[in-house]
Write a protein that binds this ligand. Structure first.
Ligand code: PLP
Length: 381
């Protein structure tokens, strides 16, 4: 099976997750070997584990321009989103302003926290309609939206919405899971109350998530306990946190040189152009001028996306139809539907996503295989 031979596997599914960096793997392993004590224990071994957790917290904070006290470790971004939404004020009419193009984690959290949504309109390019969003702000209990879309890579123009929410003292959660570690994110400039992120999206380990909580913002724990300054109970997963800290350091260093992101953006464009040039009736979903370098989402007319995914997988290429979390389900992507695509086009849409390790050779090789697979599927159908 291709995934067991990683050297022959071209990963174009980095928006689902990224392969941990070797330095991250080593940090996780080293922490398992030597930092296994409970960081809440007062003895020396416990305090060594505590020091490692705090070092990682500092590194995560530096990556997003926060203070370490504003960082709460959770288990994943989904939990972080739940924690933020659980903390927003309740009351009659205090709905949460959100959109239909969020990651499923937001809809899931609204449901679990029994918070009613107030949906703002979105454009056919998959951008929030800011006039509509701002028009619906009055009286809302909070705002929950994202910075970078997990399916199209759209970078949302949220600053004016955040400024208006701040003026009305409405708390804001930004799901920055697809942005942090891949583009500069400064929580000071965002001025949101809560920012959710996930180190496994920038070559860190799974099992740890992060919620930034602006100093002074209210927090109602979902899991009681003394850990994380009584904001999230449970013994901290020290190895995963240590790996997350190393991943944050590596991402911050990588982000210092903007040309790296530009080069990867050119690589994404090269893949996109090769496919669009080689496959008739293919269009890119999402805004082409407001997209992060990681993502292209292509609608192949007259194709069953699931069949294409399987065919690509057999040829050693990983990609995704809609959000990975909903793969296995045959439901068409709600994000693309909300953008006004027909159900047929949605079912024929595939997301290819790059990581900072994607190479030119992989892109060229993948482009050829994708073009051939689509041609072959169309020949069959
Ligand atoms: N938000 C966005 C935008 C995502 O892309 C994802 C994962 O794909 C999540 C939230 C959930 O992240 P996690 O898997 O860490 O819970």
């Amino acid at each position: 099976m291709a995934p067991d031979r990683p050297e022959s596997w071209i990963d174009l599914d980095a928006n689902a997750t990224t392969r941990p960096d070797p330095q991250v793997v080593e940090a996780v392993a080293e922490a398992c070997r030597t930092l296994w004590a409970n960081p809440s224990s007062v003895h020396r071994a416990g305090q060594r584990a505590r020091a490692a957790v705090e070092l990682a917290r500092q590194e995560i904070a530096r990556l997003i321009g926060a203070s370490p006290r504003e960082i709460v470790f959770t288990s994943c971004a989904t939990e972080s989103i739940h924690l933020a939404l659980h903390s927003m004020p309740r009351g009659p009419g205090k709905e949460i302003l959100t959109s239909r193009i969020e990651h499923a984690a937001i809809a899931g959290a609204l449901n679990s926290c029994r918070r009613a949504p107030r949906y703002c309109a979105v454009t056919c390019e998959g951008l929030l309609d800011l006039d509509d969003a701002i028009g619906q702000l009055d009286g809302a209990g909070g705002v929950a939206t994202h910075l970078v879309n997990n399916e199209t890579g759209a970078i949302q123009p949220i600053e004016p919405l955040l400024a208006q929410a701040r003026e009305r003292s409405i708390p804001v959660l930004i799901d920055a899971t697809q942005a942090v570690g891949r583009m500069p994110v400064d929580v000071g400039a965002l001025d949101a109350d809560y920012v959710a992120l996930s180190p496994h999206k920038f070559h860190g380990p799974k099992g740890v998530g992060v919620l930034y909580v602006r100093q002074g913002a209210r927090l109602s724990p979902l899991i009681g306990g003394a850990q994380e300054l009584a904001r999230r109970g449970g013994t901290e997963p020290v190895p995963a946190i240590c790996g997350a800290g190393v991943a944050a350091t590596l991402a911050r260093t990588w982000l210092e040189d903007a040309s790296r992101r530009e080069d990867l953006g050119s690589l994404r464009d090269r893949l996109e152009n090769a496919i669009i040039g080689g496959v008739p009736d293919t269009v890119a979903n999402g805004p082409r001028d407001r997209r992060i370098w990681t993502t292209t989402n292509l609608a192949f007319g007259d194709i069953d996306g699931e069949a294409l995914l399987m065919m690509l997988s057999e040829r050693g290429i990983g990609a995704s139809a809609g959000a990975a979390c909903s793969s296995g389900s045959v439901e068409p992507s709600p994000v693309l539907l909300a953008m006004g695509l027909s159900e047929d086009l949605v079912r024929g849409s595939i997301r290819f996503s790059l990581s900072r390790n994607t190479t030119e050779h992989e892109i060229d090789h993948a482009g050829e295989i994708i073009v051939r697979c689509v041609a072959s599927l169309r020949g069959q159908s």
